[in-house]
Design a protein around this ligand. Structure first.
Ligand code: ATP
Ligand code: MG
Length: 468
């Protein structure tokens, strides 16, 4: 752990500006955590005893690229330097949910008070900016060493104060690969139902961060085990025990988590992976002892709409996820026997969701048998290259020279005749070779004139030779 690593220049400039006017300024939160873990820092959280208006004034002195308010009510000012975000927050006394009727912010008076209101010890470490030094009243660096997420203060009280912390604990444990300290985990399980008391928008934003971050499968498993999933997407719990006949139980939940982990960290793709089989428990049927889930993609798409609307996702995201869920069995059914027409229909129907759909499809086999997983991935690879070939062929078919026969007849004032073909062919050849843009009429006209001159010149000289 290298605490002596210098802060970037713009953070040092901020520190000097605050110093000059007699205000305190410390680094806190994620950036300190990441520095202590030796990870790259992508954004900075700073905290100060200056009030938001003052923060703006002082930050402006350091010439940032831009300055914005992050809910000024919460005392946060955002500044950007060379694309890097810095959020500067006034010491806080309490955290309140946006939109709650309680007073929105209570400013704190000291750094210690501010740190004592933060959620987890690993997030409640402050760092000096222009010299080495940590202010770590809750043992956060020891917990970083032990890889533990531990609530600051009495866990149950802290979770009741702001139940979003229930989800944050899980997210930090998953994304950092940490354990949740025992008393903190017990408190989470006991307070789980409190999650119903916060706005769905906050839950949504936390789910988004969780799903697009590292180890989303671990986050979901923790949520399920701690009783949180029940309050966010209870439908997923039905996947845990689905009887698939013959006395065998197949855990579709475990399969789902593996698929989520297997797809790229894109929001639509990850949600689609999480919900692709959500309707299996509701569509299960048996024919001659064989299990089937007829129509689970259609019912699943409907359930996805309902789940994501409930979480207040935007229309576009909802419809995108529903579409991928609704199409996943179609994409999964691809085989080499498909005609080009069948491939084209899939591509057209998927539209701009083709990538999420194919990503889901290649991850949607989680058999223990390596050869089956490989076969699934290869099948989708084959589909991808067929799509690429068909698209290339289509774009080649669609290539036209900038001038057609009518254009040429008009240009040279001549009726149709065999003189047109060689000029058109040559223009098309130049387009296919990439030497002439398909819409560059001007150059095409110049070339056509040259070619026409050669053609008629040749014809005339031929005529001259033929005449004795
Ligand atoms: P990252 O940005 O990498 O997800 P972070 O720790 O910076 O992690 P933020 O959500 O950016 O997390 O919050 C910055 C800091 O503010 C946290 O480290 C924590 O100290 C504090 N914080 C944020 N939300 C809460 C909350 N709901 N309750 C208490 N403290 C919070
Ligand atoms: Mg942060």
């Amino acid at each position: 752990m290298d605490t002596a690593m210098a802060f970037p220049g713009f953070v040092l400039h901020l520190k000097r500006a605050f110093d000059r006017h007699g205000y305190e300024l410390y680094a806190v939160g994620g950036c300190v955590r990441d520095r202590l873990l030796g990870r790259p820092v992508t954004e900075y959280d700073l905290t100060t005893n200056a009030r938001p208006e003052k923060i703006k004034e002082l930050a402006r002195e350091t010439g940032p690229d831009s300055l914005y308010s992050v809910g000024e009510k919460f005392g946060t000012v955002g500044v950007i330097f060379g694309g890097v975000h810095v959020e500067i927050t006034t010491y806080r006394g309490e955290w309140y949910e946006p939109g709650s009727r309680k007073p929105v912010v209570e400013f704190g008076t000291t750094l210690e008070e501010d740190l004592s209101r933060r959620d987890f010890t690993i997030n409640a470490i402050a760092e000096e900016i222009d010299r080495p030094g940590l202010i770590d009243p809750f043992g956060g660096s020891a917990d970083l060493h032990r890889r533990l997420v531990r609530a600051v203060g009495a866990p149950e009280e802290r979770f009741r104060d702001d139940p979003l912390r229930l989800l944050r604990a899980v997210r930090f444990a998953a994304s950092l690969g940490f354990e949740i300290e025992r008393a903190t985990a017990t408190a989470i399980a006991r307070c789980a139902s409190q999650l119903a008391n916060i706005s769905r928008e906050r839950v949504r934003d936390e789910m988004t961060r969780m799903l697009t971050g590292p180890a989303p499968d671990r986050a979901l498993l923790l949520m399920a085990d701690l009783g949180l999933l029940e309050l966010v997407v209870p439908e997923l719990l039905e996947l845990r025990e689905v009887a698939t006949g013959g006395g065998r139980h197949k855990d579709i939940f475990a399969h789902t988590l593996a698929v989520v982990r297997g797809v790229p960290p894109d929001l639509v793709t990850r949600w689609a992976a999480l919900l692709h089989d959500v309707a299996k428990p509701r569509t299960i049927g048996f024919v001659d002892g064989e299990v089937h889930f007829n129509g689970h993609e259609r019912v699943g798409a409907e359930m996805a709409r309902k789940i994501l609307s409930g979480l207040r996702y935007d229309r576009q995201t909802i419809e995108a996820v529903a579409k991928v869920v609704g199409m996943h069995t179609h994409a999964n059914s691809y085989s080499s026997q498909w005609t080009d027409g069948a491939v084209r229909r899939l591509v057209r129907e998927a539209g701009d969701l083709l990538e999420p759909l194919l990503d889901l499809s290649s991850s949607d086999i989680t058999s223990y048998h390596l050869h089956k997983r490989r076969a699934a991935a290869e099948r989708v690879e084959e589909l991808r290259s067929r799509i690429a070939r068909i698209e290339e062929e289509a774009s080649i078919q669609a290539m036209r020279p900038p001038l057609d026969g009518h254009d040429l007849m008009r240009m040279f004032g001549r009726p149709p005749g065999p003189w047109i073909r060689p000029i058109k062919d040559r223009l098309l050849e130049l387009v296919l070779e990439g030497k002439l843009a398909p819409d560059d009429r001007e150059t095409a006209e110049r070339i056509a004139r040259q070619l026409y001159g050669q053609e008629t010149g040749q014809a005339e000289s031929q005529a001259a030779q033929e005449t004795p």
